[in-house]
Design a binder for this molecule. Structure first.
Ligand code: B12
Length: 224
């Protein structure tokens, strides 16, 4: 793995958005942070998909484990989350599909009560990059609002994200509501997020479970 990829991951874990940030353990002020390193990596022609898969995703997973072990507190996680958000924004044009022809419209939302959006944003970016026409309708979106968006935009695909065991139940609610409206069969529903699984997808009647953005992309591309 390239040194730059390692550096991006290290700085993401340290929550350093740019060179003005100190970092947690040692004062790293003045050294390049995630945004500068990502720009440098892109200039050096490191593919944006590698930055995403080898630095941002595993970096954020590590932050998750540190939080679970009690080593990180909420502000630490937020600092790392901001790094991912800024990096994704810089990388977006580089992830844009070369093939302009759309693979179909994909609406994505994080379900009601859930504010986690890092995973959803990564999925949105990756799918957009592989030619889907992505409409991101945000976080904590009520089932009724999601159904409304489906009625208005008539997408081919609907992606739902949940990171909390207390909010994943809303995914089933969305599917039930779509059935009640008689439009369930018109769309392919793909779910994801740390607490959900293949088994849960089957249970609530979703079509696809995406373990991560690339898994979802591979499965969706077969249908597009
Ligand atoms: C970052 C984070 C936060 C940040 C979120 C910032 C943001 N803008 O998203 C902040 C600090 C705000 C936060 C808040 C909270 N959090 Co939090 N958070 C996390 C953490 C550490 C990482 C999540 C993350 O971004 N992972 C990195 C991304 C890349 O991974 P991902 O989200 O899993 O997404 C990938 C896949 O799951 C999949 N995927 C995701 N969505 C979708 C959708 C589709 C369609 C597809 C196909 C795939 C897919 O693809 C993604 C990319 O590969 C997790 C721990 C963990 N291990 O997951 C806890 C965690 C999810 N949080 C937790 C908790 C408890 C909370 C709070 C309740 C804490 C509190 N006391 O306030 C609040 C809830 C706020 C709310 N109402 O939503 C718990 C949930 C426990 C549970 N079982 O329900 C966890 C598991 C931590 C823990 N062990 O306690 N959190």
């Amino acid at each position: 793995m390239s040194d730059l990829i390692e550096e991006i991951k290290k700085n993401l874990i340290a929550g350093r958005v740019d060179s003005e940030d100190e970092g947690f353990d040692e004062d790293m002020t003045g050294q390049p942070g995630v945004t500068e390193l990502v720009k440098q990596a892109l200039e050096e022609k490191i593919p944006a998909s590698d930055i995403l898969a080898q630095a941002l995703t595993p970096g954020m997973e590590k932050v998750g484990r540190l939080f679970e072990d009690g080593e990180y507190l909420l502000p630490d996680m937020l600092a790392s989350a901001e790094c991912v958000a800024e990096a994704t924004e810089i990388m977006e044009p580089h992830l844009a599909g070369v093939d302009i022809q759309s693979r179909g419209k994909f609406i994505v939302a994080t379900v009601e009560g859930d504010l986690h959006d890092i995973g959803k944003n990564i999925v949105a970016t990756i799918l957009q990059g592989s030619g889907f026409e992505v409409q991101d309708i945000g976080t904590s979106v009520k089932a009724s609002q999601i159904v409304q968006a489906v009625k208005e935009s008539k997408p081919r695909f609907l992606g739902l994200s949940a990171l909390l065991t207390s909010t994943m139940t809303h995914m089933g609610e969305v599917i039930d509501l779509l059935k009640n409206e008689g439009i369930r069969d018109q769309i392919i529903i793909c779910i994801g997020g740390a607490p959900v699984s293949e088994e849960f997808a089957k249970k609530i009647g979703a079509d696809i479970y995406g373990e991560d953005a690339f898994d979802a992309m591979n499965k969706l591309e077969k249908l597009a």
